[in-house]
Write a new protein. Structure first.
Lengths: 476, 258, 215
C-alpha cells in the first residue's frame, strides 16, 4: 500500500472558483470605528452597537487560544477586511445579482423559485450578507420565522435581544468575543410552540472576497414542543493565503422541542503542501432548557486547513437529551481539533457521542471532549465512542476526552479505538473487482456509516461523495 | 488430457501454470509448480498443511505480499503476473477466501453493487439499474440458499463460519467467474453447512466454468466430484490423478505419496 | 503522608522487578521507567485510605526497546476526604511493544480522584498494542471522579484503545442479590469486591484481605 500512498495528488476541490462581482468593503483592520461602521451599514439599533463594542473591549483583553493540537498560524487581525458585500444595483435593490444566482447554482443551491430544492428552505450567505432566503412565505404561514440575522434584528428585535448571547456569552472565548464584535450576517430561525417545521431549513455559507473573514452569527430558537431539522453547508475559493472563519451558533431548545442540527463542512482545505485554506474557528452551543428537550448535532467535517470546533449541549431540563455524531476527515496538511461538550445539569439527562476521525497524508486529527455531570444530575447517562482510522504512517490521530463526574447515580462510559484499513480488506475488495481507490472509499464510507445515516437523505449522498473526494490522492 | 505435458503455449487451456516459484517475505513456498486447467474442468489440489496450497490461490489472484520469483502464469493466454488483482477479477477469476474478511459498515448489497458494476464498467457496460441489480441479488441468494435478510448485513461482520463460506459462494454466483478457486472452503464447516456450500458450487458448474478446489480433506470432494486431483507437497505437485487419488489419500494419508 | 509527591530519579533496568506491588504513600515509586528490548514489566499500584491525604503520583513509562511490554494495574479506595491524582504516561517509541493498564477505584465522602492517563505512540512504533481502562465508582454525592484518558498516535499499524467509566454499582445486580435474601449492605459489599476483583487478584493475600475488609 505504501507506494500507492505516495501517489499523492492534489484533491479536486470543485467549489474553489471565484465569483467576479463588484463588492463593497469596509477598510482593512479592526477598531471601534470599524465596528461602528459595520453597525451603521446594517442600520442597527443602539443596543446592538453597544453589544458589539462591549464584546470588542472584552476581546482586547483576551488571548488567542493555543491549547488545541493544532499549529494555528499567526493571524494578523489588523490585516483582515471585516465586512465585504456584493454591491446592490441601486435601481433594483430587491433583485438578486445574476452572478450570485449563478454562483449558488454552481454550488448546487439553486435560488430561483422554479429550481429550488424541494423540501429545503435555504438562507444563502455570500461573504458578509444574506443574498436571499427561500420559502419564506410557506414557512410564515406556520408562524415560522426564517430569515437573515440582519432582518431579524430589524423585524424581531425583541426575540433577538432576548436570546442573543444567552448560550454563548460575549466573553466565552477569544473567537466568540471577536465574532460578537464584528459579526455580519447569518441565519435566524424561530419555530413557535407546537409547530413541526414542514421542511428542512438550511444555511449555505460562501466566502468569496479575498482578504476577508466571515463572521456569521446564527440563532435558532425552538419553542415548546416544536420540531426542526437544520442543515448548514459551506465552501470557499482556492487561495494561497489563509482566510478566517469565526462563527457563533446558538440554539435554544425549550420543553419537549426537538432540534437536529447538521453540518457538512467543506471549506477550502488548502493545497497538498498546506498553503492556504480556511481557518475554521467556531463556537457552537445549544441549551436544552426545558424538560424533555432534545438536541442532536451531526457533523461531517472534510474541509478547512484548521478546524477548531466543539458543538456542545447544556442539558439543563430534566430528561433532556443530546447527541453528537461526527465524522472528521483530514488529509494532506489539514489539522482538526474537534469534539463536543455535554454538560449534564438536569435529572435523568442523556447524552451520546459518536466520533469517527479519519486521518490521511500528513494531517493531524484530534477528538477533544468533555462530559461533565453536575452533582444534581441524578440518573444522568453518557456513552461515548471515539474511533480513529489512520491512512498512511505520516498522520496523527488523537483522543483527548475529559470525564468529570460528581454525581453518584450517574454513569459515564467512554471508549476509544484506533484502526487502519487492512491490506486484507483491500485485497478482498480488489479480488471482487473493486479498484483500490473505490475500495478505500467503500471502507471509509462503511466506517462512517453510523454518522452519515443521521444526515437528512439529501445530504447523506453528498457527504459520502465528499468523503471519497477528500481522500483523493491519499489512497483513492 | 495432458496434465504435465511440455511447456508449449496452448490457448485451449484456461489457466496455465509453468514452473511457478513464489514465496512470502523471502521464503520460497512454491518451488516449481506446473498445472493446466481446461474449460469446464474441476481440479482438486490436495496436500498437507504448509504444502503451499493457499499460496497457490494467493498468487493466482495477485496478493501483493506474495512474490513470484520465477515461472509463468497465463489465463486465457494473457500474462496474469502483469495484472492488478481487480483486473484478474474482471477477467473472471474468483477466490473464495479461507478466512473471509470483515468490512464493517458496508452492506452486502452495496459491496456487491460496487463489485458487479466495476466488472461491467471494465467490460464497457453501463451500471445495472437498481431494479435489475436487486433482482439478480435475490436470485443468487436463493440459488445458494442464503436468507435475503443478509442483503442488509455488513460484509462478514458477526457471521458464523458457515455463513461466511456461504457468503463467498453467493458472491461467486453474483460475479459469474470463469475460474472459481475455493480455498479450504470446507474448513470449519459441519456436514450440513458443507452440503449447502457444495450444492451452491454444483449449481454453478457449467461447461464454461472451471474450478480449483483447494482442500486438506477428501470430504468436500464427496459432494463436488473433481475431474482431476493433484497432490501438492513441499511446494511441488508430486502426483496427478483422477478422483480415485483423493480416495487413496483418504485411506493412507499424504505420507506415502511422493 | 500528607501532601506527598513521588519524585524519584530514573530507575535503572536491573532494578525493574516483575509483578511488583507498590503501596502508594509507603513505597517509593519510580517516576520514570525505561523498558529496553524484550523487557517485561508488571506492576500494581495500590492506594489505601489515609484520611486527609493529598497524593500525586506521576509515572512515566517509556517502551524504548522493540518487543517490550508493560502490564500495569492500580486500585484506589478514597472513602472520606482523600485527594488522589494519578498521572500515568505510557510512551511507545519502538516497534512491536504492548502495554496494558487497568485502574479501578472507589470515591466516597468528599474525596476527589483524578486519573490522567496518556498513551503516546510515536512515529514508527508500528504494531503497537496498547490498552488502557479506568473505572471508578462514586459512593457519595460530594465525591468527584475525573478521568482524562488520552491517546496520541503517530503510527498507523497499531491497535490502541481506552475505556473509561464512572458511575455507581449496578442496581439490577443489587436487586438480584437482595431478592436472594442478601441484605442491602452485604450486597453492596459483594458488588464492590466483584468490581475490584480483577486488580485484587494481582495482590498478595494479606493486602487483598485488608482491602476486602475495608469494602
Amino acid at each position: 500500500m505504501d507506494e500507492f500512498l505516495q501517489k499523492m495528488t492534489e484533491r479536486d476541490y470543485k467549489e474553489g472558483f471565484v465569483t467576479e462581482v463588484e463588492q463593497e468593503y469596509v477598510p482593512k483592520g479592526l477598531d471601534e470605528n470599524i465596528i461602528r461602521t459595520i453597525s451603521a451599514i446594517k442600520g442597527e439599533p443602539g443596543w446592538l452597537l453597544d453589544f458589539r463594542l462591549d464584546a470588542f473591549r472584552k476581546w482586547l483583553t483576551m488571548k488567542e487560544p493555543h491549547w488545541g493540537h493544532l499549529n494555528l498560524p499567526p493571524i494578523d487581525y489588523q490585516d483582515i477586511i471585516y465586512y465585504a458585500a456584493p454591491r446592490k444595483d441601486s435601481d433594483r435593490p430587491k433583485e438578486i445579482d445574476p452572478a450570485l444566482m449563478e454562483t449558488f447554482d454552481k454550488l448546487g443551491i439553486p435560488l430561483n423559485e422554479r429550481e429550488m430544492l424541494a423540501g429545503v428552505a435555504v438562507d444563502a450567505v455570500f461573504d458578509s450578507v444574506s443574498v436571499t432566503t427561500t420559502f419564506r412565505k410557506t414557512l410564515a404561514e406556520k408562524g415560522i420565522i426564517f430569515c437573515s440575522f440582519s432582518e431579524a434584528v430589524r423585524e424581531h428585535p425583541d426575540l433577538v435581544r432576548r436570546y442573543l448571547a444567552s448560550v454563548v456569552p460575549v466573553g466565552d472565548n477569544f473567537f466568540a468575543a471577536l465574532n460578537s464584535a464584528v459579526f455580519s450576517d447569518g441565519s435566524f430561525c424561530y419555530i413557535p410552540k407546537g409547530v413541526k417545521c414542514p421542511m428542512e431549513l438550511s444555511s449555505y455559507f460562501r466566502i468569496n472576497a479575498a482578504g476577508t473573514g466571515q463572521f456569521e452569527r446564527t440563532l435558532i430558537i425552538a419553542d415548546e414542543g416544536s420540531q426542526l431539522s437544520y442543515m448548514e453547508g459551506c465552501t470557499a475559493p482556492m487561495r494561497d493565503e489563509n482566510q478566517l472563519h469565526a462563527a457563533v451558533v446558538e440554539i435554544i431548545v425549550e420543553k419537549d422541542a426537538d432540534v437536529r442540527y447538521s453540518t457538512v463542512q467543506n471549506w477550502y482545505p488548502g493545497d497538498a503542501q498546506g498553503r492556504g485554506g480556511i481557518l475554521n474557528l467556531v463556537t457552537k452551543r445549544g441549551i436544552c432548557r426545558g424538560e424533555g428537550a432534545h438536541l442532536s448535532w451531526t457533523q461531517v467535517e472534510t474541509g478547512s486547513a484548521i478546524t477548531w470546533k466543539y458543538p456542545s449541549t447544556i442539558l439543563k431540563g430534566d430528561n433532556s437529551s443530546s447527541e453528537f455524531y461526527s465524522v472528521a476527515l483530514t488529509n494532506n496538511r489539514q489539522m482538526a481539533d474537534t469534539g463536543t461538550k455535554m454538560i449534564h445539569i438536569g435529572r435523568n439527562t442523556r447524552s451520546r457521542i459518536v466520533s469517527k476521525g479519519i486521518s490521511a497524508g500528513h494531517s493531524e486529527n484530534s477528538y477533544r471532549g468533555l462530559v461533565m455531570v453536575n452533582p444534581g444530575a441524578v440518573g444522568a447517562r453518557n456513552r461515548s465512542q471515539c474511533d480513529s482510522l489512520l491512512i498512511g504512517s505520516d498522520c496523527g490521530a488523537h483522543t483527548f476526552p475529559v470525564i468529570r463526574n460528581s454525581c453518584p447515580s450517574s454513569t459515564v462510559e467512554h471508549e476509544a479505538t484506533t484502526s487502519k484499513i487492512s491490506e486484507d480488506q483491500l485485497f478482498y475488495c480488489r479480488q471482487r473487482g473493486i479498484s483500490e481507490e473505490d475500495a478505500v472509499a467503500l471502507i471509509v464510507g462503511g466506517y462512517a456509516r453510523e454518522v452519515l445515516s443521521r444526515l437528512p437523505m439529501e445530504f447523506a449522498v453528498e457527504a459520502r461523495k465528499l468523503l471519497s473526494v477528500s481522500l483523493e490522492g491519499a489512497v483513492g | 488430457m495432458d496434465l504435465m505435458g511440455d511447456h508449449k503455449l496452448d490457448n485451449n487451456y484456461l489457466l496455465e501454470i509453468n514452473s511457478l516459484h513464489a514465496g512470502i517475505e523471502g521464503k520460497e513456498i512454491l518451488k516449481g509448480v506446473d498445472l493446466r486447467i481446461g474449460k469446464g474442468e474441476v481440479h482438486a489440489v490436495m496436500g498437507p498443511n504448509g504444502a503451499g496450497k493457499s499460496t497457490l490461490g494467493a498468487v493466482i489472484t495477485g496478493r501483493r505480499d506474495y512474490g513470484v520469483t520465477g515461472g509463468e502464469l497465463r489465463f486465457c493466454g494473457k500474462n496474469l503476473l502483469a495484472m492488478a488483482p481487480e483486473e484478474r477479477s474482471w477477467a473472471g477469476i474468483f477466490l473464495s477466501f479461507q478466512y473471509p474478511i470483515e468490512i464493517p459498515g458496508v452492506s452486502i448489497t452495496n459491496f456487491m453493487k460496487a463489485a458487479v458494476n466495476a466488472k461491467r464498467k471494465a467490460a464497457g457496460l453501463p451500471d445495472l439499474k437498481p431494479g435489475e441489480f436487486l433482482k439478480l441479488l435475490k436470485e443468487k441468494m436463493a440459488l445458494v440458499g442464503m436468507d435475503s435478510a443478509f442483503a442488509k448485513r455488513e460484509v462478514n461482520v458477526g457471521f458464523s463460519g458457515g455463513e461466511k463460506k456461504r457468503n463467498e459462494i453467493f458472491q461467486m454466483a453474483m460475479l459469474e467467474p470463469v475460474l472459481g478457486i475455493l480455498d479450504e472452503t470446507d474448513s470449519g464447516l459441519d456436514v450440513d453447512a458443507l452440503k449447502t456450500v457444495a450444492d451452491g458450487v454444483n449449481a454453478l458448474r457449467s461447461p464454461e466454468r472451471s474450478f480449483i478446489i483447494i482442500t486438506h480433506y477428501q470430504k468436500l470432494l464427496e459432494y463436488i466430484r473433481p475431474d482431476f486431483v493433484h497432490v501438492l507437497k513441499e511446494g511441488r505437485i508430486v502426483r496427478n490423478g483422477g478422483p480415485e487419488l483423493a480416495e487413496a489419500i483418504w485411506q493412507d494419508g499424504f505420507e506415502g505419496i511422493n | 503522608m500528607d501532601n506527598c509527591t513521588m519524585d524519584n530519579e530514573l530507575q535503572t533496568d536491573n532494578e525493574l522487578q516483575m509483578n511488583r506491588v507498590f503501596l502508594i504513600g509507603r513505597d517509593e515509586i519510580p517516576r520514570k521507567v525505561r523498558l529496553d528490548s524484550g523487557d517485561t514489566l508488571s506492576w500494581t499500584l495500590v492506594f489505601l485510605p489515609c484520611a486527609g491525604a493529598d497524593v500525586k503520583v506521576d509515572l512515566d513509562v517509556n517502551l524504548c526497546g522493540p518487543g517490550s511490554s508493560l502490564d500495569l494495574a492500580g486500585i484506589y479506595i478514597c472513602p472520606t476526604d482523600e485527594k488522589l491524582s494519578l498521572n500515568i504516561k505510557v510512551k511507545h517509541s519502538a516497534e512491536d511493544c504492548s502495554s496494558s493498564q487497568l485502574f479501578k477505584g472507589l470515591a466516597g465522602g468528599c474525596s476527589r480522584a483524578v486519573f490522567d492517563g496518556l498513551i503516546l505512540v510515536e512515529h514508527g512504533a508500528q504494531r503497537t498494542k496498547a490498552v488502557q481502562e479506568s473505572h471508578s465508582i462514586l459512593l457519595s454525592e460530594r465525591a468527584v471522579a475525573e478521568v482524562h484518558p488520552q491517546l496520541e498516535i503517530y503510527a498507523d499499524d497499531v491497535e490502541c484503545s481506552h475505556g473509561a467509566t464512572t458511575g455507581f454499582l449496578n442496581e439490577e445486580e443489587e436487586f438480584y442479590m437482595r431478592s436472594r435474601g442478601i441484605p442491602e449492605a452485604e450486597a453492596k459489599r459483594l458488588q464492590t469486591i466483584s468490581f475490584l476483583a480483577p486488580v485484587l487478584a494481582r495482590l498478595p493475600e494479606n493486602l487483598r484481605n485488608e482491602i476486602i475488609s475495608k469494602c
